[in-house]
Structure formats: structure tokens, C-alpha cells
Write a protein that binds this ligand. Structure first.
Ligand SMILES: Cc1cc2nc3c(=O)[nH]c(=O)nc-3n(C[C@H](O)[C@H](O)[C@H](O)COP(=O)(O)OP(=O)(O)OC[C@H]3O[C@@H](n4cnc5c(N)ncnc54)[C@H](O)[C@@H]3O)c2cc1C
Length: 494
């Protein structure tokens, strides 16, 4: 770890929407940085593993209830799947979101936290038309579905209504109890599309929606799981929309700003650079071990994706633990990159475009205007590389990948996109303590096989992480809710 920021500097940075040096992000106090408490044995009442939104929200709730808490974070920063990237010089006073970014209506916990911390939100740029590239043709359109192919548009709209209506039959606390759970969990979303959609156009639209939501292919996802995800958000349009949907707003200072604010308040309770490798329960408590440290706690909250949690060792290795481990083996992370091109100005706005594109070709098929909100900021175009494209991109050289991204942006937004003055990419598959993103997904058969194993506490062990949320699972809001739910479980048990 290098230099530390003072609390005043951190808060000033957040308020200004400025960039916070990565290594100071864990911050809180010098004690948190020295690892002094981690080089030997430590005790705490509740240990929370992971300082993403789930772990931070959990720790905050426990501290508010007067409990003694220690948060053990593997990385040298807080925020987990939320990470601010600093733009290249001369724009290095601005940040963009390398991971999670948007919040939207009904994500009440995130808005409430932003308000409590004095962090503003602002509308994602959404003025003008969206670009659609399909079957070799570029068009622009307003509204939700590209109208170019009327049959595809009509069939796509009908499919959304059908999926919403099926999703309404899913009990959020027990999706495996849905009347058609067995039938829906026995098929992939691809199978459902093949059986229920006639035109290739509608299938392409829905495939794009699925890969944009999960960064996984429709052939990889259980239909029951997709329906649960839709129900967890409310409906499919809420998931897909910018205005009025999950992409409506951004957070001043980037999505990591709220994590930094939560970490600030937790102070030295957070220990960074502290990857936990094993969790051993006995009659009197729980022992967490990592390289060079051992922490003894009364209760433990594992606040991370099931796939990440599956890399830890557990004892005793009893039936419930085996079931959770089996489930964790079946929840792979999506495959995702986020890329940003920086331009002197957001030139697409002058052309009447909102910076959003949907496409059936090119490496990046979904884009957003990611220009920072501060005056003087350059134009920033963001692209997602999702699902199979994200895997294909692993085999490309950095230069070939950049050129493929630029080719897409030029096709969508014109020749001015050809020469970005800066380029950033963030490959979540390369993140050892995330393993991908945006969320852990479920193939057919897992939800109905392992049912309560996702959330049910095992002895003194509790599970948080957005994947365990009933509301807004997969999102920052779901992560916060999951952490707060786990805190309530712990408080009831202590
Ligand atoms: C590219 C991308 C785009 C996204 N876009 C959005 C969006 O626009 N809006 C939205 O709401 N959500 C979005 N998400 C999803 C969102 O980021 C997650 O839902 C949320 O951040 C999950 O929080 P979490 O606390 O559950 O898990 P995480 O953020 O993954 O936190 C888990 C923490 O545990 C730590 N950890 C892992 N292993 C160990 C260990 N052994 N010991 C100690 N610590 C460990 C990790 O380092 C991490 O800090 C996106 C995600 C990605 C990757």
C-alpha cells in the first residue's frame, strides 16, 4: 500500500466527483492499511468477508446496532464489482465506471445511501435517437424497440409481455415453488425462444437483451432463473430501459463513490489485502484463516458471489455445506468487458444521437454515452463486450481489440469516432476476486435442485452478495439489500 488520503481529502474528492487514488480506497485509517491486526490473531464479534456493496451495507447495519465488526477484503480497495477508472491525461481529473454504473427507479436502497452520504445522482444521457445496426443496415430510432423490422418489433414486444406475465408467477423467496418451476428449470432461455418465437428478428432482439443483462448467452441460462431475475427487478422493461429503468441514473464521482463513503464511516473496521482462505466453525465460534492472519468471530457473513465463495474451504464439511458448495459450482459469473473511448467532445449529441446503440454485429453491441457530468469533461463513449464476444476478445491482441471497438463506434456514430484521444478497457474475467460479471448466473436444473441452499445460514455462517437478493438481484441495490438482510439474521442470532 502506498500513500493514504485523509478523510477530508477523500470526502472532498467524492464531493467534487473527482478521482480517488486506487490504493487509498480502502482507507479509513492507517491501522487499516498496516495490516497490523492481520499479521497474527484477532477477534471480533462479527466478521464480514468482502467489502463490496453487500459487505459494506452489512457491516454498516451491524455497527449501527452497536456490534463489533471486522470486514476482511481481499483487494487493496473497497467496492468489489464497482470500480472507478481514471481517464487518461489530460483528462485525468475525471473518472468513469469500469464496473457497475447505473441505478434506476425502485432501487431505493442505493438512492437512500447516496442521499445519506450527500452524493448526488444525475440522469444518464438520453436525449436524441438510438442507433440500431441489424442485418448490415444502420438506422436510428426512438423508444424501446427498433421498429425497422415491424414483425420483429411486434413479436419482440409480445414476447416481453409474455415473459413478464410468466415472471409474475415466481415467488421471490422461493422461485423453485413456482407452479411451473420444474418445466421452466428444465430448459434454457434459448429453448424457450426457439419454441415460442417465429422470426429471427425477434430472437435477435431478445438475445441482445439477454446478453446485455447477464453477459451470458441464452443457451447458458435457465428459463426459471431468467424469470426470477425479471420478477426480482419488477418487469423486463424496468431492466432494459434507460429513462424509467435500471439505466436511468448515474452517480456523481462514479459508482464506487458510495462504497468509499460507506468505507469512510467504517474506518479501521475494514482490513484490505486480507483474502480469507478458510472458514472453520466449532461449538464456540468461527475461525477465519488467510495468509498470515487468523480471525476469531461469533458470526461470519460471506458477502460475495457464490462462485467466489466457492473458492474458500469450509469445515465442518457437512450436508448443508456440501449442498451450498454444489450450488456454488453451478453459478458461473457472466463474461464481460467494459471499454471506453475518449473524445474531445461528445460529438454524437450534436448529431441528435443519445450515444446508445444496439447491434447484431461487431465486438461491442451495446453502447452508452458515459461522459462525466463535470463541466469541461471530454466526451466518453462506453461499450459493453458481453457473453461469447467477451470470450472471443480474450484471444485478441489489445490493439486488435481496440480497433474492433473503434470499428463498431465508427459504424454506429460516424467517422468522428475513428480517432479517440484515449482508450480504456476493463476485463472482469481477469479480476481474480470477481471472476467476471455483472452477476453469477444459473443454468437449468440448479434452482430446483438446491433451493434454499443459496441463502440459508449454516450454523454461524450467513450468506450475502447480490446473487442472494430477492429484490434487484444482480444489481448494486440487491447487494445492499442482501447485506442488510444478512445483518438482520446475525442480529437475531447473537
Ligand atoms: C461490468 C459490470 C457492470 C455492471 N453494471 C451494473 C449497473 O450498471 N448497475 C448495477 O446496479 N449493477 C451493475 N453491476 C453489478 C454490480 O456490480 C453487482 O451487483 C454488485 O456490485 C455486487 O456487489 P457484492 O457486494 O454482492 O459483490 P462484490 O462487489 O463482488 O463484492 C465482493 C467482495 O469480496 C471480495 N472478496 C472476494 N474473495 C474474497 C476473499 N477470499 N476474501 C476476502 N474478500 C474477498 C472481493 O474483492 C469484493 O470486494 C455491474 C457489474 C459489472 C462487473
Amino acid at each position: 500500500m502506498s500513500e493514504l488520503l485523509t478523510r477530508r481529502q477523500v470526502l472532498a474528492g467524492i464531493a467534487a466527483g473527482g478521482s480517488l487514488p486506487l490504493l487509498s480506497a480502502c482507507m479509513g485509517s492507517e491501522a487499516a492499511q498496516t495490516a497490523a491486526g492481520l499479521s497474527g490473531k484477532a477477534t471480533t464479534e462479527v466478521a464480514v468477508i468482502g467489502a463490496g456493496y453487500a459487505g459494506l451495507a452489512c457491516a454498516r447495519a451491524l455497527v449501527q446496532a452497536g456490534r463489533d465488526v471486522m470486514v476482511l477484503e481481499a483487494r487493496d480497495r473497497v467496492g468489489g464489482r464497482c470500480f472507478n477508472q481514471t481517464l487518461p491525461a489530460p483528462y485525468d481529473q475525471y473518472v468513469v465506471e469500469g464496473g457497475a454504473e447505473f441505478i434506476g427507479p425502485t432501487q431505493d436502497r442505493m438512492y437512500a445511501l447516496a442521499q445519506e452520504l450527500g452524493i448526488a445522482t444525475f440522469g444518464a444521457y438520453n436525449t436524441g435517437k438510438t442507433v440500431n445496426y441489424a442485418n448490415g443496415r444502420r438506422t436510428t430510432y426512438s423508444g424501446r424497440i427498433p421498429p425497422g423490422d415491424p414483425l420483429a418489433a411486434a413479436e419482440g414486444a409480445l414476447a416481453i409481455l409474455r415473459l413478464d406475465s410468466m415472471a409474475q408467477q415466481i415467488p421471490l423467496d422461493a422461485p423453485w415453488n413456482a407452479p411451473k418451476a420444474a418445466e421452466w428449470d428444465a430448459q434454457t432461455f434459448q429453448t424457450w425462444m426457439d419454441d415460442n418465437l417465429v422470426g429471427a428478428g425477434a430472437k435477435n432482439l431478445l438475445r441482445l437483451a439477454i446478453i446485455a443483462l447477464f453477459s451470458a448467452e441464452p443457451r447458458e441460462l435457465s428459463l426459471l432463473y431468467v424469470l426470477f431475475y425479471i420478477r426480482s427487478a419488477g418487469n423486463l422493461n424496468l431492466l432494459l430501459d434507460t429513462q424509467g429503468g435500471a439505466q436511468q441514473d448515474r452517480i456523481v464521482g462514479g459508482s464506487q463513490a458510495i462504497a468509499l463513503g460507506l468505507a469512510q464511516a467504517l474506518g479501521e473496521r475494514i482490513r484490505c489485502n486480507a483474502p480469507v482462505s478458510s472458514i472453520v466453525q466449532d461449538a464456540g465460534g468461527v475461525t477465519l484463516d488467510g495468509a498470515g492472519f487468523s480471525v476469531r468471530a461469533q458470526r461470519v457473513v460471506v458477502a460475495m458471489s457464490p462462485w467466489m465463495a466457492g473458492r474458500l474451504h469450509y469445515a465442518p464439511f457437512d450436508g448443508p455445506t456440501q449442498a451450498r458448495l454444489q450450488l456454488m459450482q453451478r453459478m458461473p459469473m457472466g463474461s464481460i468487458w467494459k471499454v471506453h473511448c475518449v473524445y474531445p467532445t461528445p460529438f454524437w449529441r450534436e448529431a441528435g444521437l443519445n450515444g446508445q446503440a444496439t447491434s447484431d454485429r461487431f465486438l461491442t453491441k451495446v453502447t452508452f454515452d458515459n461522459t462525466p457530468p463535470e463541466p469541461g469533461a471530454p466526451g466518453v463513449m462506453m461499450g459493453f463486450i458481453d457473453g461469447q464476444d467477451a470470450r472471443d476478445a480474450l484471444a485478441m491482441t489489445p490493439e486488435a481489440r481496440k480497433q474492433a471497438v473503434i470499428e463498431a463506434f465508427v459504424t454506429y456514430f460516424g467517422d468522428q469516432a475513428a480517432n479517440p484521444v484515449g482508450y480504456l478497457e476493463m476485463n472482469w474475467q481477469a479480476e481474480d476476486y470477481s471472476g467476471g460479471g455483472p452477476t453469477g448466473t444459473l443454468p437449468p436444473g440448479a434452482l430446483t435442485a438446491y433451493t434454499t441452499a443459496l441463502r440459508a445460514p449454516i450454523g454461524r455462517l450467513h450468506w450475502a452478495g447480490t446473487e442472494t437478493a430477492e429484490i434487484w438481484t444482480g444489481y448494486m441495490d440487491g447487494a445492499v439489500r442482501s447485506g442488510e438482510r444478512a445483518a438482520q439474521e446475525v442480529l437475531a442470532a447473537l
